[in-house]
Design a protein around this ligand. Structure first.
Ligand code: ADP
Ligand code: MG
Ligand code: MG
Length: 201
């Protein structure tokens, strides 16, 4: 599909609304296994991107993604800021390096996720947002339809409930982290679902 500046601007608006709607929920998830601020952190991040959306969507898409990443790093704070920031900045850098057809996008996404993993020194099964990103990338690489990618993201976030946290604050709880969905995985699924829903229309 063609993805232009108006699409990006509208997606920013939609993502901000969804994070706002789920802010308390994300906070409750983080209260159970962290410090309770994930909803507020994400809201601050999306508010900052929202305020800059006109300037952001005036940029070519790769530069716009990089800029969003930078704004997220500066505004989210906490552990999630540098991780979401790295994801978006690396996506932007990867896209400016080559063409962005679908096969390339899956490879660019894989590299951006690998950069997030390096940044967090984390990997699959550690009960983090990566546990949503990896399966989503696999669906993208398999040319899945947006609705299927959205469902995959939702299920992947839910599946973190039974995982033992090995990274971030939740890891301090050890076995007591089991039985709670990871807040970062939850916000990541929420944003993925919002994007997929938009792309489906
Ligand atoms: P903080 O823990 O600093 O309060 P947030 O509450 O905003 O930050 O974000 C917590 C989320 O960040 C976790 O739920 C997890 O998904 C993610 N996270 C934390 N540490 C790591 C890490 N080392 N690698 C990957 N993801 C992480
Ligand atoms: Mg927190
Ligand atoms: Mg915190």
């Amino acid at each position: 599909m063609q993805f232009d500046a108006a699409d990006l601007s509208e997606l920013i608006v939609l993502c901000r609304v969804e994070i706002e709607r789920h802010c308390e929920h994300l906070g409750r998830l983080d209260s159970a296994i962290g410090d309770g601020d994930h909803g507020a952190n994400m809201r601050r991040g999306l508010e900052a991107v929202y305020r800059e959306r006109d300037a952001i969507s005036a940029l070519p898409l790769p530069a716009a993604l990089e800029r969003i990443g930078l704004v997220l790093v500066m505004s989210i704070g906490g552990a999630a800021g540098p991780l979401y920031g790295t994801l978006l900045m690396e996506l932007g850098r990867g896209m400016s390096a080559g063409e962005d057809d679908e096969a390339d996008f899956a490879a660019i996404l894989a590299r951006a996720i690998a950069a997030v993993a390096r940044r967090g020194r984390s990997g699959p099964g550690d009960k983090t947002l990566l546990d949503v990103l990896y399966p989503v990338q696999a669906e993208v690489a398999g040319h899945a339809a947006p609705a299927r990618i959205a469902e995959c993201a939702r299920a992947a976030a839910q599946a973190t409930e039974m995982m033992l946290a090995r990274r971030g604050r939740a890891s301090y709880l050890g076995a007591r982290s089991v039985g709670h969905e990871d807040p970062g995985a939850s916000s990541c699924a929420l944003l993925t679902m919002t994007i997929c829903h938009y792309l489906k229309e």
